[in-house]
Design a binder for this molecule. Structure first.
Ligand SMILES: NC(=O)c1ccc[n+]([C@@H]2O[C@H](COP(=O)([O-])OP(=O)(O)OC[C@H]3O[C@@H](n4cnc5c(N)ncnc54)[C@H](OP(=O)(O)O)[C@@H]3O)[C@@H](O)[C@H]2O)c1
Length: 316
């Protein structure tokens, strides 16, 4: 049980996916919490409605002992221009992802602690799990140890979040960042979304009015992902039919063939060299054209309408 930081003020900068969960969990763990949000925006209103005292991000940082930087990664460099100079002496800065610590070249005063406390799931889940008395595991790392007790402060923060009820893994900023980016690009987001869309498109021919493959390509993914989560690949294989098993072991490597493996190698090199981070900074500076184009295209994709029909939802 943490004994440090009893009277400390924690400022949560950014009241979004992670920020709201951090603020609520810390408050329920008996911390004094204030929120930093841009005036007149949605996050400010949501934090006030939840009963938090809200300041601008720089004002909140100036009043705090522990400062969690939970604005989107791509917004951190801009936000840092006002937050950085406001950091008080001896403060502990908490990041939930190492991206800007590894690539951002943030100028942080030397007497501050800078730590990574990265919960292994979205904020909504972090909050739900905390409310039922459990915790999400988290990765911890120390980027800068100004006080000589940065590891302890990272562990304290993880305890307030509820993560110490599960597991805390010590890692490095580089490792957490590279693993996170590689996982989301190859499997969790990039790989999975392209895979289900390509499979759906290969099957679906509106003119034939055949059964939509939405169920097979999208909905059942959750059940199989749950099996994978609980039992691993070999446990999952024990839980599927013999036919599915033979299809898996005889065909899977054709889907993820040499071209995909080569692409993963290149993607990992781009992450490690910083080329991906540089490309993302260019995308943000240009007004996010790729993100806007591709998200609009996905929203208009016929698979989306089929999904809504399959679930009996009204048309978008
Ligand atoms: N999402 C996840 O599942 C997850 C999981 C683990 C770690 N993380 C990490 O947690 C951190 C926060 O990510 P998130 O997904 O929680 O962010 P988010 O929900 O996308 O955004 C957080 C809030 O930041 C505010 N904001 C945007 N730009 C800002 C700026 N320039 N200055 C001040 N506030 C600004 C936005 O509110 P307004 O527009 O209303 O101001 C928004 O509500 C990131 O480092 C991320 O990598 C995320």
């Amino acid at each position: 049980m943490s004994t440090t930081g009893r009277g400390e003020v924690a400022a949560i900068l950014g009241y979004g996916n992670q920020g709201a969960a951090h603020a609520l969990n810390l408050r329920d763990s008996g911390r004094r919490v204030i929120v930093g949000a841009r005036p007149g925006r949605g996050a400010e209103a949501r934090a006030k409605e939840a009963g938090f005292e809200v300041f601008t991000p720089a004002e909140a940082a100036a009043r705090a002992d522990v400062i969690a930087m939970l604005v989107p990664d791509e917004a951190v460099p801009d936000a840092w221009a006002t937050v950085g100079p406001a950091i008080p002496s001896g403060a502990c800065l908490v990041f939930a992802h190492g991206f800007n610590l590894l690539y951002g070249a943030l100028d942080v005063r030397s007497d501050a602690d800078v730590v990574l406390v990265a919960p292994t799931g979205p904020g909504r889940v972090l909050r739900q799990v905390y409310e039922r008395g459990d915790g999400l595991p988290a990765y911890l790392a120390v980027h800068q140890d100004g006080s000589g007790r940065a590891w302890q402060r990272a562990e304290d923060y993880a305890e307030w979040l509820g993560c110490a009820r599960a597991r805390l893994w010590r890692t490095t900023v580089r490792e957490e960042t590279e693993v996170d980016l590689f996982g989301e690009q190859t499997v969790l987001c990039g790989g999975m979304n392209e895979l289900v869309t390509a499979a759906w498109r290969r099957w679906w021919r509106p003119a034939t009015r055949r059964r939509s493959p939405t169920s097979e390509c999208v909905h059942q993914l959750k059940f199989l992902a749950d099996l994978l989560h609980e039992r691993g690949v070999s446990g999952l294989r024990q839980g599927i039919s013999g036919t599915a098993l033979y299809g898996d072991v005889s065909r899977g490597a054709r889907v993820i063939g040499p071209a995909s493996r080569e692409a993963m190698k290149t993607m990992l090199e781009e992450i490690r060299s910083g080329a991906f981070a540089k490309e993302l900074a260019g995308e943000v500076a240009a007004g996010r054209p790729t993100i806007l184009r591709e998200t609009a295209r996905a929203a208009a994709h016929p698979m989306e309408a089929a999904r809504r029909r399959a679930l009996g939802l009204p048309e978008a």
